[in-house]
Design a protein around this ligand. Structure first.
Ligand SMILES: [Zn+2]
Length: 336
């Protein structure tokens, strides 16, 4: 299928054949701008239960018009088509799609899906924005992860406008790893919780994609796309784990600045006995936390990023906390 300049089409890319014999397809919405420009993709739910990006894409589409746009955007709201339906991170063959690149047409189900995504989408683009959330029972403060030591990519990551930018090594077989080999720059947004939508994360994703598209000259700066904060930058983050099994109550959450030695929570036994403090091992900002109170010894509870300019973080904490509180109000309104 050819999508003409100024056109918008949904394309089903054939991937495989399922157990029932039905064809499995990867759906892509193509917006081909009237004017020439870069080709980028925005992908969601590579881990099938991480659906924040699906909401981001849904909210972005009505804001974009191929008739007035430059360049092309490929939107993939549910890359892991199998896990998405099953509310699972994985595929039916129990593989992790984000460890299955480059894949192959004759390989496992995950390998076929990874290969289709690589050949039909990634290889046609100069930039990708891949949206994830925390794993189940965890929350991630909106943060952009990028490959280290890539100055132009760092500039894009900063203007995206998430609360933190983390430069982290690439995992072998991941989308970011294989995209770099193809010369495709990748911004990975981590935001929110698996199997949930939260307003702060969705809004951050929408504004971030619009900020990047405007910077690349694909759209006019969008009136709603404002950079709320200067992101905290980090090259190192650590997980703090449960010192014992039991019930965990966190006193500090994502977005909070912490100093080494601060008490960030407590784990006690099921009768409330023998509580043990959880202390921050470094100065930094909390970028992720567990939301399930029932923990085994060693469970990851709080993710702390060591930040480069600590003063900036402390000033911003109130802003982020306000955002989180507003989200809760929004969520309650939606329930009604
Ligand atoms: Zn993920």
């Amino acid at each position: 299928m050819v999508v003409e300049p100024g056109g918008c089409e949904t394309i089903a890319l054939p991937v495989s054949n399922t157990a029932t014999g039905l064809p499995a397809s990867l759906y892509v919405r193509v917006l081909h701008g009237q004017r020439p420009g870069p080709c980028i993709f925005v992908s969601a739910a590579i881990h099938g239960d991480e659906i924040t990006g699906t909401a981001v894409i849904q909210r972005l589409l009505p804001k974009l018009d191929a008739q007035t746009m430059a360049g092309t955007v490929l939107f993939l709201p549910a890359v892991n088509i199998f896990g998405f339906q099953a509310h699972s991170r994985y595929l039916p063959d129990r593989r992790d799609l984000n460890r299955s690149f480059p894949g192959s047409a004759k390989g496992s189900l995950a390998a076929q899906l990874a290969n289709t995504f690589l050949k039909e989408v990634i290889c046609h683009c100069s930039l990708g924005i891949d949206i994830h959330s925390a794993a189940v029972h965890r929350y991630n403060l909106p943060q952009i992860r990028i490959a280290p030591d890539n100055a132009p990519l760092r500039e894009l990551a900063m203007l995206f406008g998430a609360h933190a930018v983390i430069e982290s090594p690439l995992r072998p077989g991941s989308l970011r790893d294989i995209a770099r080999g193809e010369g495709v720059d990748m911004l990975l947004l981590e935001a929110g919780e698996a199997l949930r939508f939260d307003e702060l994360s969705v809004r951050c994703g929408v504004n971030g994609v619009l900020n990047v598209m405007a910077h690349l000259g694909m759209i006019q700066p969008h009136p709603e796309a404002t950079q709320v904060t200067i992101p905290a930058r980090s090259r190192r983050s650590i997980w703090v784990r449960a010192p014992r099994g039991g019930l965990c109550v966190l006193q500090q959450k994502s977005g909070d600045a912490v100093h080494k030695g601060d008490i960030i929570g407590r784990v006690a036994g099921i009768f409330g006995d023998d509580p043990e403090d959880i202390r921050a091992p470094i100065d930094g900002m909390i970028i992720g936390h567990a939301v399930l109170p029932v923990v085994n010894q060693g469970d990851a509870l709080v993710h702390i990023a060591e930040v480069m300019r600590f003063g900036d973080v402390e000033q911003r904490v109130d802003q982020i906390t306000d955002g989180l509180l507003n989200d809760r109000l929004l969520d309650e309104d939606e329930l009604i």
